[in-house]
Design a protein around this ligand. Structure first.
Ligand SMILES: [Zn+2]
Length: 708
């Protein structure tokens, strides 16, 4: 098969065109393909005729659109189809895999109805194809009417796929479909507005996913950093981490050429954009916000627009100065921390300043902050903080006060001792999102040197004894970070001992086996805990995984799909050669991309240096699609506990490895391997290496690596 991927500037490699987003045109494609090929493009087939050596397929003419949204896929493909309203919907995959698109087809039908209503303009094309490709790229692309996906973010096999996969598919499909309006029907005029295109689609996709699947706690998951070696998920905390460093940039940035357009697709673009939109919606109100979006789409359909157009539509619908609020969040880098100090007479003094990590003498900045707050137990209130300072009154001295209600705002809050103690005393009365917000903020203050680690540990100690997924995930992420910092240190055993004492009780509440009526978050947490307790050398967990793996080898059905990735990871982390070889063999044999990924991910976790080296070699073979092969090295750097072995290998094979990377990957690849060192001497090593060996485009990643 073959397939295209044009964004940002590769349409010009297939046909002559004005290859910039504001030059809209109507396209009509004709292709000659072998007889047994299915050919797919943005529009339905208009005519098909036999020609020498195959068939000629002519597609209907597209409406006015941007060049980068064209698509052409052809090959020995199968499909399943259905209807949603008047729109024909199909899932297309390589031979014998189309039936695994059933879940995505149902999701597509549901999401299409929701967006037809939300945007106030019906989906404008006669058909929508969801196309699964088994390689080539790692994510998904919103080509108008013919969205392409990496296979494992579209195909779901009820027998072997995990609930995490189901959730990822729904979110990615919802994100790409949001672009069919916001991005395709209305297109940004230039790449400097990419943050809005992506930020909006991420926010809209999450909102739609949360609407139909409340059990997944989508927004809470969004707040958590995910595994950086997998480029999925759109968490707020990772964006805030990057945005606090000296290497951050405004989400609205000047893009003068195509190389810059490619490097604009970073965490800050996607995640801070989404975070700002969410904050804005919660400040303006859901209905008012949707009304503004409807006006915007109606005014600019089949045309191009800028952020200013969106702010003006939202100002119209809300009567609030949206452009003024937005400027601070989109045109300047960073974000604020609000400090809270109790005063006499029920008054509380608020002060904002820029929040930074490892960035002395950062230029001072100011924001218009859509603040929310509540006296614990009472309804939330809001305040637009337009100055450096503000004051709340009538806050009873004995009552706890929580700012940034539900953690929906893109700012941090640091409390004075009196306010903090009151909050610690009322933790059980706070919602889970509020407690997660306190955990995230206090961990960030540790990273920023604004508070001792002890404050964070004290907060953990006072949490209610329930195993809440999002709380535990925040803790798991922080502990994982600390655990890597102390590799090779004497403190490691005692740290792991402490970490187990905090996390093991949650696992004991959940047990090994999925229960039939448990909420999905319990399944997710069980898996996360198995992974991390395995890393922290919990002997019972390791033994339990080994036993389950042996049973699985004899009878695959004995191990629930949800548990498989974690069991494989832990077994491999502590594997001998024979076990590792077995995992490798299973990975080589399977034809499911999801299963294959599970096995190969596990292979990178082996701590035995001999096995780590073997895992690295796989990156140079054709066993995995190129985009995935590359991440074998990052994954070994992170999980094998031997970042040095991974770096030596990468250095020796840099040319072959970078040949597998896309434009963006080339700039980030080498610096990303340094994220897992904790010795400052490595900073100089990276700088020296970058100077002699890396393209100028990797400067930003090189500079930010040591801080992360
Ligand atoms: Zn997108």
């Amino acid at each position: 098969m073959l397939g295209t991927q044009f964004e940002a500037t590769d349409a010009r490699r297939m046909f002559p065109c004005w290859d910039e987003p504001s030059f809209r045109a109507r396209f009509q494609l004709t292709a000659v393909v072998p007889e047994n090929f299915l050919a797919v493009s943005n529009m339905p087939v208009e005519r098909e005729s036999k020609v020498d050596g195959g068939k000629e397929v002519r597609f209907a003419m597209t409406p006015s659109m941007a060049s980068y949204l064209n698509v052409f896929v052809a090959g020995e493909l199968d499909l399943i189809e259905g209807k949603s309203g008047d729109t024909q919907i199909r899932v297309i995959a390589t031979r014998n895999k189309a039936e695994m698109g059933r879940y995505a087809l149902q999701a597509t039908a549901q999401i299409l109805q929701y967006y037809n209503d939300y945007f106030g303009v019906a989906y404008p094309l006669p058909k929508l194809d969801q196309i699964a490709t088994p390689g080539g790229f790692g994510g998904a692309m919103e080509n108008w009417g013919g969205i392409t996906y990496y296979e494992s973010v579209l195909l779901f096999d009820p027998k072997t796929s995990s609930d995490a996969t189901r959730q990822r598919i729904y979110e990615v499909v919802a994100h790409e479909m949001a672009h069919q309006w916001f991005g395709d029907l209305v297109t940004m005029a230039w790449w400097d507005n990419l943050w809005l295109n992506e930020g909006f689609a991420s926010w809209m996709g999450s909102k739609c996913t949360a609407h139909f699947n409340p059990q997944w706690e989508v927004w809470l998951q969004k707040d958590m950093p995910r595994d950086p070696t997998r480029r999925v998920g759109i968490p707020k905390e990772t964006a805030m981490e990057g945005d606090a460093l000296s290497t951050t940039h405004p989400i609205q940035q000047k893009i003068s050429n195509e190389a810059e357009a490619n490097s604009a697709f970073d965490d800050i673009t996607y995640k801070k954009g989404q975070s700002f939109i969410r904050m804005l919606e919660s400040f303006l109100g859901e209905d008012v916000f949707r009304e503004g979006i409807r006006q915007y789409i109606a005014q600019h359909k089949y045309s191009n627009s800028t952020t200013a157009d969106l702010w003006s539509a939202l100002s119209n619908s809300s009567g609030k100065p949206v452009a003024e609020i937005a400027a601070g969040w989109t045109e300047q880098p960073g974000f604020p921390v609000v400090t809270v100090a109790r005063k006499d007479g029920g008054k509380v003094a608020l002060k904002q300043e820029r929040f930074t990590i490892h960035y002395p003498n950062a230029p001072a900045l100011q924001w218009k902050i859509p603040l929310t707050y509540s006296i614990v137990g009472k309804p939330a209130a809001s305040l637009l903080m337009t100055d450096t300072t503000a004051e709340l009154s009538d806050v009873p001295v004995e009552r706890a006060l929580k700012l940034n209600v539900q953690g929906a705002g893109n700012y941090r809050v640091q409390y004075d001792e009196a306010s903090w103690q009151l909050l610690l005393g009322e933790l059980a009365k706070l919602s889970v999102p509020d407690r997660v917000n306190l955990l995230s903020d206090s961990w960030a203050f540790v990273q920023a040197n604004r508070a001792p680690l002890f404050t964070y540990f004290e907060l953990i100690k006072k949490l209610p004894a329930t195993a809440e997924l999002a709380e535990r995930q925040q803790i798991i992420n922080a502990f994982d970070y600390i655990n890597r910092l102390v590799i090779g240190s004497e403190q490691r055993a005692s740290f792991q001992n402490y970490a187990r004492s905090i996390l093991r009780p949650s696992f004991d509440q959940l047990g090994w086996e999925p229960r039939s009526n448990e909420p999905p978050r319990s399944a997710t947490l069980r898996v996360d805990l198995i992974n991390v307790l395995g890393d922290f050398n919990d002997q019972e967990i390791i033994t339990g995984c080994r036993q389950r793996f042996q049973k699985f080898l004899a009878d695959p059905a004995s191990l629930a799909p949800d548990l498989r990735p974690a069991v494989f990871n832990v077994v491999s982390h502590h594997a001998d050669e024979a076990t590792w070889m077995k995992l490798h063999e299973l990975g080589r044999k399977t034809t499911s991309m999801e299963e294959k990924q599970n096995y190969y991910d596990a292979l990178t976790r082996a701590t035995d240096p001999k096995l780590a080296k073997r895992a690295l070699q796989i990156a140079l073979t054709g066993e995995l699609p190129t985009s995935r092969a590359l991440y074998m090295v990052s994954s070994v750097a992170r999980y094998s506990e031997h970042p040095d072995i991974a770096w030596q290998f990468a250095k020796a094979h840099m040319k072959e490895l970078l040949a597998k990377a896309d434009a963006l990957g080339v700039n980030r690849y080498a610096p990303s391997l340094f994220l897992f060192f904790s010795d400052p001497i490595r900073i100089e090593e990276l700088r020296a290496y970058a100077k002699g060996n890396l393209p100028p485009g990797s400067a930003a990643s090189t500079d930010s690596a040591p801080d992360r």
